[in-house]
Ligand binder design. Structure first.
Ligand SMILES: [Zn+2]
Length: 138
């Protein structure tokens, strides 16, 4: 990453090192995970939550292509979005897909987390986490 690279939001992911990791919060009382991380549990409202890292691999559960630019979104259309399930805490997280041709995707495929550029803002390149299919040739 160069000096002009910034994350789309602080606290979403770690991108130092070889494998980026998503950051979630987990309730110490009932183990409910949440993404983006919260300061209270969405299940039991406890403030006894801790931030934990997810592994970098998950399973794609569903996906679609966005063809019309949502309001205030700066990501060029079309782009793919997916919901991936991460096994450590059985949490499902929505994210951008690295590919545009979704015809070879199917639910249950393994994905890995990568960090990629999404747009430029005031001379800075904005990066976010994305889901990349692990299978060759996709
Ligand atoms: Zn809880």
């Amino acid at each position: 990453m160069n000096d002009n690279a910034i994350p789309i939001k602080n606290g979403f992911f770690l991108w130092e090192g070889a494998e980026p990791k998503l950051l979630i919060s987990k309730c110490k009382l009932c183990n409910t995970p949440a993404f983006p991380q919260t300061s209270y549990c969405p299940n039991c409202a406890s403030d006894q939550v801790e931030v934990v890292q997810l592994g970098s691999r998950g399973k794609l559960r569903n996906f679609t292509k966005v063809r019309n630019m949502p309001p205030e979104c700066r990501i060029a259309v079309p782009y793919g979005v997916g919901i991936a399930e991460f096994p450590e805490y059985n949490i499902r997280i929505m994210g951008l897909l690295t590919i545009h041709d979704l015809s070879k995707l199917r639910p249950g495929m393994e994905i890995k987390l990568v960090v990629g550029r999404v747009y430029e803002e005031q001379g800075q390149e904005v990066f976010t986490y994305k889901f990349q299919p692990v299978e060759e040739g996709i």
